[in-house]
Design a protein. Structure first.
Length: 349
């Protein structure tokens, strides 16, 4: 199979990463302004009070301060905080009134000294509605982690994490279905500047040259070939990239080689065409439960109106509806689609 959009990817030898100053002075703790404590360490796995903090608040759309303490036998490099509102999708927690040193993937950078213990005083959002619930999951890693996989490089234990649940009233529980519309992916460019890969976790589109820091978040990518035309493929099974002018001296470049992410850390994404499920009829999470994981990780010769089913590497099920295809290479070649996906799951099975 031949890609029509790759120039000379093998010349991309360096990717710029963010620098760290470990400037987290705004959240250094502990603070006496709060009565709430979350403690995560190697000895309190069974301590529900310390690791599973429950807060009931009557003050809506506000903040509550929590002293968050992590202790590990290993040096901790990043703190991940995922947030779910009303039982919905977990997404990276965005600090609003506190400044922190963050990595490109949204985690808090702990690099700067030998961090085997730290206490941060963090302002967490309270529910916006009278019966709302916000749940936070927090975990520390020894290096680059993954917002969908708590066990990846977990600094304390495979599934050691803390939870904070803030409720107002009875607490609402959402449906867990997320929809994106008008999502556009470009066919890959040789300089890596095209938005070619996507994560169904957050609906974000990523450029090829964003490299090691983000490649593990990608689920699938788009390309346009001579024979198979508009196609989608999982990141793990994305075709090796090569010069579209048939330059035999240009070596194949795989995603793992280009980004520096090990092949086994790239996401599988199981996808296939279907005519058996009505995309427009999907209105809640349970409507997607009947999807059976496809055997394939590539779909080709896509046309407008095609309906696809998928299961991501984390067990979330979903559907894609192709709404527009602009044939061609690079930024002139695009695919647009709607997507519905279950994304409340955060632990990799």
């Amino acid at each position: 199979m031949k890609l029509k959009s790759i120039l000379t990817l093998f010349i991309i030898t360096a990717i710029t990463f963010s620098c760290s100053s470990d400037d987290n002075t705004d959240i250094q703790g502990p603070s006496t302004e709060t009565t709430y404590e979350l403690i995560v360490n190697t000895t309190n796995a069974g301590n529900i009070v310390e690791r599973d903090l429950k807060i009931t608040t009557a003050e809506l759309n506000s903040k509550v301060k929590v002293n968050v303490t992590f202790t590990s036998e290993q040096s901790m490099r990043r703190l991940y905080i995922a947030k779910s509102e009303n039982g919905g999708t977990y997404e990276p927690f965005a600090f609003t009134n506190q400044q922190v040193d963050k990595k490109k993937d949204g985690s808090v950078d702990l690099v700067g000294d030998d961090k085997k213990t730290f206490t941060f005083n963090i302002d967490f959002d309270t529910p916006k509605t009278v019966d709302g619930t916000i749940t936070y999951i927090l975990w520390a890693t020894t290096g680059r982690g993954d917002f969908r996989d708590v066990s990846k490089r977990n600094a304390i234990g495979e599934f050691d994490f803390g939870t904070i649940t803030i409720t107002a009233g009875n607490g609402a529980v959402g449906d867990g279905l997320k929809s994106y519309t008008q999502t556009i992916l470009n066919a890959p460019l040789g300089d890596g500047s095209s938005g070619t890969f996507m994560s169904v976790f957050d609906g974000e589109i990523y450029k090829i040259n964003e490299g090691e820091e983000l490649a593990a978040l990608w689920d699938f990518g788009y390309y346009y070939g001579d024979t198979n035309k508009a196609s989608l493929a999982s990141t793990s099974n994305y075709p090796s990239l090569f010069n579209h002018d048939n330059d035999i001296n240009t070596p194949l470049v795989a995603v793992s080689t280009l980004t520096g992410v090990a092949q086994e850390e790239l996401n599988n994404f199981y996808i296939a065409k279907t005519t058996e499920i009505d995309f427009d009829a999907i209105t809640k999470r349970a409507d997607l439960d009947a999807i059976v994981k496809p055997d394939t990780e590539v779909v080709t010769k896509l046309i407008v109106g095609d309906i696809l089913i998928f299961v991501d590497d984390y067990g979330n099920k979903g559907m894609i509806k192709i709404t527009e295809i602009v044939p061609g290479i690079g930024t002139s070649g695009k695919i647009t689609f709607d997507i519905k996906v279950q994304t409340s799951q955060i632990f990799k099975p």
